[in-house]
Design a protein around this ligand. Structure first.
Ligand code: HEC
Ligand code: HEC
Ligand code: HEC
Ligand code: HEC
Ligand code: HEC
Length: 185
């Protein structure tokens, strides 16, 4: 008993220490202000400017393109992914080629340059999240990301706080793990 308690204490201390360490690292990074405030977690509504205005409302809401046509790794990988330009080019070789923003996409593709999308969601480094575990259990994208199909510009819908994760894990029907090491390294 005592040994287990000691191990838990040590676990807690290591976690807090690694959290402080990661915060320390964040302070030194170039966009420190933004990342340090983001590491607190409460950023619902965050919607950074993107290099090209990409509309989910247009692509998903109006043209009915499935999420996983573009975010095609979400079920398999630990992280999700933002689509490569080659995915855009499946359509934009032909579609709307006279438009300014489509010209930019086609030029970038021809030059082999990626579009540098600005990340909207960002959990602190001490948290591990796994899309596939959620999607294979049938949790909808919209449960966590909100009405993406109506967003002309993506914004962070949920606050991504620890309480938000735990509240859902705690629901008896979810049978989701609650121990600290599930979400913290
Ligand atoms: C035609 C391609 C396409 C489709 C279809 C699509 N997306 Fe996206 N998605 C993108 C691109 C490009 C970005 C990056 C630009 C941006 O954030 O607006 C993005 C960004 C996102 C982000 C923000 C990622 C971040 O930076 O944190 C989320 C969340 C997201 N998509 C969810 C969805 C969901 C849910 C669906 C289906 C309802 C969907 N997407 C359908 C192309 C697509
Ligand atoms: C249980 C909640 C949950 C569900 C369900 C969910 N997401 Fe996410 N999503 C998140 C969280 C949390 C992040 C931030 C992850 C991070 O920063 O490490 C995220 C990040 C993303 C990103 C940004 C890239 C990345 O992986 O960090 C995209 C794109 C995305 N989600 C798309 C989707 C799509 C498409 C679906 C449905 C097929 C989906 N998500 C379902 C919670 C969820
Ligand atoms: C499955 C087909 C398809 C894919 C894949 C696709 N798009 Fe589109 N996109 C469309 C259609 C259809 C329109 C609407 C064209 C119109 O209204 O004339 C459009 C419109 C756009 C526009 C608006 C152009 C304007 O100024 O009116 C942008 C920007 C755009 N797409 C970017 C992207 C990007 C970036 C990707 C890859 C992440 C992508 N699209 C992938 C079908 C697609
Ligand atoms: C809407 C409900 C919901 C939300 C919100 C949610 N989860 Fe989950 N989570 C689940 C369910 C359901 C499972 C699957 C449980 C199982 O099958 O063992 C799960 C499983 C997990 C797992 C275990 C993966 C594995 O390999 O066993 C991790 C890690 C996890 N979630 C992290 C998070 C984090 C971190 C957040 C917040 C950023 C979060 N979850 C938010 C419902 C949710
Ligand atoms: C289901 C996922 C999940 C579980 C389980 C979980 N956490 Fe967290 N934790 C998070 C997320 C997400 C954050 C970052 C957002 C935030 O700070 O609210 C976080 C942040 C933290 C922080 C950062 C400090 C702060 O308040 O800013 C500490 C310390 C922490 N967790 C400790 C724990 C301990 C101890 C346990 C076990 C009793 C635990 N966590 C279980 C998801 C989880």
């Amino acid at each position: 008993m005592q040994l287990r308690f000691l191990q838990q204490m040590l676990g807690g201390i290591t976690l807090i220490a690694s959290f402080m360490f990661s915060t320390g690292c964040l302070w030194q990074s170039p966009n420190a202000g933004e990342r340090a405030s983001k590491s607190i977690g409460y950023n619902s509504g965050y919607a950074p400017e993107q290099p090209i205005p990409f509309s989910h409302e247009l692509h998903v809401g109006k043209h009915n393109i499935q999420c996983q046509y573009c975010h095609n790794q979400v079920e398999y990988s630990k992280t999700s992914n933002v689509p490569a330009l080659s995915t855009c080019m499946n359509c934009h070789q032909q579609v709307a080629t006279d438009k300014e923003n489509i010209k930019k996409i086609r030029d970038a593709y021809a030059d082999g340059k990626p579009i540098e999308w600005v990340k909207v969601h960002m959990l602190p480094d001490h948290v591990q999240f796994n899309h596939s575990a959620h999607i294979t259990r049938g949790v909808n994208c919209q449960t966590c990301h909100g009405p993406i199909e109506k967003m002309e510009k993506v914004y962070q819908y949920s606050d991504l706080s620890m309480g938000w994760c735990i509240n859902c894990h705690r629901q008896p029907e979810n049978k989701a793990p609650l121990n600290c090491t599930t979400c913290h390294h």
